[in-house]
Design a protein around this ligand. Structure first.
Ligand code: FES
Length: 92
């Protein structure tokens, strides 16, 4: 199947996680660290370490090791921290 990473098409196997698909496609830099901006990539592949965060279809900070890859997904690197969004009546 075909997904995009940073706007570039990537042909990946079906039936695996987004993290596994990106790794199979040769991606080594999934996100930048919050402190220092260093490149990060998946480590545990089971939802524990949060090193695999990426933006998927415009939604930031998704754990790519826990999400099945799907045709047409648009994936981007997670750059630093995500701003918290609060609803009406909530305080930061
Ligand atoms: S690789 Fe550790 S949470 Fe995804």
């Amino acid at each position: 199947m075909t997904i995009t990473f940073e706007g570039e098409p990537l042909s990946v196997p079906a039936g695996i996680s987004v993290a596994a698909a990106l790794l199979a496609g040769g991606v080594k830099n999934f996100r930048s660290s919050v402190v220092g901006g260093r490149p990060r990539a998946p480590y545990c592949m089971m939802g524990v370490c949060f090193e695999c965060l990426v933006e998927i279809d415009g939604i930031p900070a998704r754990q790519s090791c826990l999400i099945p890859v799907r045709e047409g997904m648009a994936i981007r690197r997670q750059i630093g921290a995500v701003e918290l969004q609060f609803g009406a009546g909530e305080k930061a």
